[in-house]
Design a protein around this ligand. Structure first.
Ligand code: SAH
Length: 248
């Protein structure tokens, strides 16, 4: 005689199995992911020590930002493992994410501080914007290739940089609505300094921009605005993708 409500042992075993397997596998998946993130964190530490601090970058907010931004989330899928190498990487549409040292060097040049209003020209992967967003909440970035900018925006959102504002336009004209800017970072090489950008720089503000012919070595320039006086300084030879004037 069996009681009315009888569960055969096989059903109980099956039931327990169905409940525990998903729980255990979620646990394992999470651990794998954590391990992966730990590994990237170690690679990032090495990148900061060997490529950035060892080469003379001293600015604290810049170093901390480079240590915090998950660069592997700003490269193409399949390239994550190369994200912390000492070179630029292709991001599609003939464009590149800059070498880590260059990003740090340009960031240090604007003397970044919390509360600063910063404009970037050339969103690309969104990485430079993320580094700036680690330091200040007001980051605006403009990309001329909409498809690329959409990807950059998604990278920023999925890495948690929700406040960065992205616009698709020719960055030559800046972003009047949010001007004046304490700093402007241009990440594509122009053959001259765009006057609208100088215009939108706050008195006392700084702009860093590669200037020179496309596909050749250019000069990284620091532009400082002191009233009517615009001071420019050549800092070092660099190679950037060209500053274009029309969507291709
Ligand atoms: N800051 C980016 C670097 C991307 S490469 C990063 O961290 O990944 C430079 C970018 O500038 C390219 O995406 C290119 O499409 C963009 N660009 C070139 N000319 C531009 C212009 N006139 N206005 C806005 N973006 C421009």
């Amino acid at each position: 005689m069996f009681p009315k409500c009888f569960f055969p042992p096989i059903l109980i075993i099956l039931f327990t199995f169905l409940i525990t397997v998903p729980i255990v596998s979620v646990g394992i998946a999470k651990t794998d992911n954590d391990e992966e993130e730990d590994r990237y964190q170690r690679l990032r530490e090495q990148m900061v020590n060997r490529q950035i601090v060892a080469r003379g970058v001293e600015n604290r907010p810049t170093i901390d930002a480079m240590r915090n931004v998950p660069r592997h989330k700003f490269v193409r899928s399949g390239e994550q493992r190369r994200a912390y190498l000492d070179n630029p990487l292709p991001i599609g549409h003939g464009q590149t994410i800059s070498q880590p040292f260059i990003v740090a060097y340009m960031t240090q040049l604007i003397n970044p501080e919390p509360g600063m209003n910063v404009l970037e020209i050339g969103t690309g992967s969104g990485y430079q914007a993320a580094v700036l967003a680690e330091i200040t909440d007001q980051v605006y970035t403009i990309e001329i290739i909409e498809e690329l900018g959409e990807w950059g925006k998604q990278n920023l959102r999925s890495a948690g940089y929700d406040k960065v504002q992205v616009k698709f336009a020719d960055g030559y004209y800046g972003w009047e609505e949010y001007a004046p800017f304490d700093a402007i970072v241009v990440t594509a090489a122009a053959d001259h300094i765009p006057p609208p950008l100088v215009e939108q720089l706050r008195d006392g503000g700084r702009m860093v921009i590669p200037v020179g012919s496309p596909f050749r070595t250019q000069n990284l320039m620091l532009v400082e605005k002191r009233g009517e006086d615009i001071r420019t300084r050549n800092l070092m030879p660099v190679r950037f993708v060209p500053f274009t004037r029309e969507e291709e």
